[in-house]
Write a protein that binds this ligand. Sequence first.
Ligand code: ARG
Length: 472
Amino acid sequence: MRTWGGRFEAGPDPAAADFTRSLEIDIELALDDIAGSIAHAHGLGRAGLLSDAEVETLTGGLEGLRGAVVDGTIDWDPTLEDVHMNLEAALEARVGPVARKLHTGRSRNDQVATDLRLWARRTIDALDDAAVGLERALVDLALRHPEAVMPGHTHVQPAQPVLVAHHLLAYVEMLERDRARLADARRRANVSPLGAGAIAGAGFPLDREATAAELGFEGLTRNSIDASGDRDFVVETLAAVAIAMAHLSRLAEELVWWSSPRFGFVRLADAFSTGSSMLPNKRNPDVAELVRGRAAGVIGRLTAALAMVKGLPLGYQRDLQEDKAPLFEAARTLRTSLEVLAGAVASLTVHEARMRAAAEEGHTTAVAVADALVERGVAFRAAHHVAGRLVRAAEAAAVELASLDDGAFAAALAESDDPVASELAADPAIGATLRAAATVEGALARCDVVGGTAPDRVHAELARAARRLGLG
Ligand code: ARG
């Protein structure tokens, strides 16, 4: 066991060492740590703190370490507490004592902040790809069923008919916002803290711009105290991840319902369904259920990170080490959830006839009938009332609105206290007009606003999304 330098006489207590070690978790930063160290070695060279030959030896050794990390041939030493100490020791084993110069003008505080920002940047890029993958699966499904209709629900009660494509595109909108939130978090994460040192700034005139440029950062942190002690880029990324998981959880919830025989809207392929150990008949949507279940853990991780930072004074505190497990785990959960849902959505068989039948149940076109009356001069409140009476009449006759006869329409209008409505009762064409409005097609066509479910609107949005995603 190493001691912490000349100040200490004894090494740490084994239980204390175990307790403080983060290697198992921050091993995930190994490649970012190496990239940061290579840039730092170049910076030390530029500042005249290392000779060209030393820079070459160090960067050559670090490149070798990168290969060993990628190949999995590195011997991680659990007696060294974190990935930074491990890589420094491994470098020394490779290139000798010159490795001891690498930590000049650097603290693990700015080092870990650099690593984690690099990690956040590349992980957000991977999440973005995975989100696009799910968007593609949704849009592709919509393209395969462009005319399919389903009941739109509010309060889980049938509300109005909508195109299935419209419903699927709602998730695409959500995913686009998720991508934008992640991109925004990435933008703020993408600045270099290297050179902040432990808290006050490096004690050498390092060219921070040059190292930042080498690492692809878009700028520099402007305050060393903030740079070494700030983790809001972690919290922000976690927040974006948690919101995205909440969206996926809603999609998962719908897949669970839709694939239930009670709904019978879709069938998940065998590859995305699970059997039961006891019940031979079962065909369970476990994948969707686990996405929904894991969203809970991600929300917890966001909460953990926020609670971890809220009481900290400025400057690095060891509490900050606890940012990594929640961040890594949440990002992994989001990525795998996006990928598995993309597969599940792509595998769906859509039962259009069943969805259509459901869209016709529950008098979902009642407001379209009211709107048609408004077009004939009836005040909306009165029109709403007449349509409500028609729903009652349809319910009593156990038929849908579009099947009511002329007499039923005339009767409901005649009893209205709205003079325009009661006059309309005498119009011999009114029954046909309202029956047409009461069809699913009539109701859909009416919602002809930007963002509405009128087929032309939806098809234009679908084409736009497909173009953006390079489909169809
Ligand atoms: N393992 C530490 C972390 O993840 C690295 C920084 C340690 N810094 C320190 N002053 N002890 O936060």
